[in-house]
Design a protein around this ligand. Structure first.
Ligand code: SF4
Length: 325
């Protein structure tokens, strides 16, 4: 069986939060010059990180590695209150590229913490977003707990089950999270939570698109990096839908056996993966196979997150410069 069709998921690739975070690093480099320090990878994509490194960004998880007074940007995943306090103490010039949808979860946690409600976070341990979100709970009378699996919920013992809340990581499997929220509601009927789970629009839309792809493809390739939670969930979802799926950084990781028994190939990209990687993969496939390329119908994403004030004026200057050129 040889490859005859390639179907592109829609939407795929960059979300509004990633776009904003990358712009902030680019504009900071333009305004302040290199080096600009970024706490953690600005977004989880090796190509994005490498390009910004070449422009003069330095990525580090350790604030202690950064010289006092430097320009420091917090990544799109967000940081804990302790990291913010430490950065202020070191007199850094701080810019916060936390996605506004992650900041919204932080605000919920702060509210629950002030109310003295214990708070349960559904998420993946060691992910920077989870560390940042957990780090917004400070009420020692209450408590904040991470659950990753249904078994974690079974084992959870609270101080006061009548005064409890939950939040979620933004980039989880929609289906798994809904089941875990139902389980929490059964176990703790008084639990408070967001009107809609905290999974973001970009995660939801990209997973919906993979569900659609799964009805027409044999194999799904997800362009994205291994560290990217939302990209991993896309590959998992295709697999759960009964397809072969592979998460690859770029075309260089494509191997012939990935396309074995594949007549129709689905292609998508995680929220931190640039579109040019998809186009390079397509060109590669077109040069080797007689393939017809189609794009699925999907919702139009017009979400836009404004840049912080200082960057807004810089961005306008950049646009003017482009017009003059
Ligand atoms: Fe924000 Fe969602 Fe994009 Fe993460 S994946 S940066 S939460 S829009």
């Amino acid at each position: 069986m040889s490859l005859t069709r390639v179907i592109l998921a829609n939407p795929r690739g960059f979300c509004a939060g990633v776009d904003r975070a990358i712009q902030m690093v680019e504009l900071a480099l333009q305004e302040f010059g290199a080096p600009i320090y970024v706490r953690h990878e600005i977004v989880h994509n090796v190509h994005v990180v490498r390009r910004l490194e070449e422009m003069g960004a330095i990525f580090t998880d350790e604030l202690n590695d950064i010289p006092e007074g430097s320009v420091v940007i917090f990544s799109a995943h967000g940081v804990s209150e302790a990291i913010v306090a430490q950065a202020k103490q070191r007199q850094f010039q701080i810019f916060d590229a936390t996605c506004p949808l992650v900041s919204k979860v932080h605000m919920q946690v702060v509210r629950y913490s002030r109310q003295g409600r214990e708070c349960i976070l559904i998420g993946h341990a060691k992910h920077p977003e989870v560390e940042g979100t957990m780090g917004h709970y400070s009420n020692e009378q209450g408590g904040m707990y991470l659950v990753e699996t249904p078994e974690d919920i079974d084992a959870l013992v609270l101080k006061n089950p009548a005064h409890v809340s939950y939040v979620t990581q933004t980039t989880l499997s929609v289906a798994d999270t809904q089941q875990m929220i139902e389980q929490l509601k059964r176990k703790f009927p008084a639990i408070a939570g967001p009107a809609k789970e905290d999974i973001c629009y970009a995660t939801q839309n990209r997973q919906d698109a993979v569900d659609k792809l799964s009805t027409v493809c044999d194999t799904v390739l997800v362009i994205g990096s291994q560290k990217s939670s939302n990209s991993q969930r896309l590959a998992d979802l295709a697999q759960r839908n009964g397809l072969k799926s592979y998460l690859i950084d770029d075309v260089s990781q494509l191997t012939a056996d990935m396309l074995t028994d594949t007549k129709v190939l689905g292609v998508t990209a995680g929220a931190s993966a640039p579109e040019h990687l998809v186009q390079t993969l397509l060109n590669h496939l077109k040069s080797r196979y007689q393939v017809q390329v189609e794009t699925l119908d999907g919702p139009v994403e017009d979400m836009y997150f404004a840049l912080p004030g200082v960057f807004r004026s810089l961005d306008v200057r950049k646009q003017r410069a482009e017009v003059v050129e």
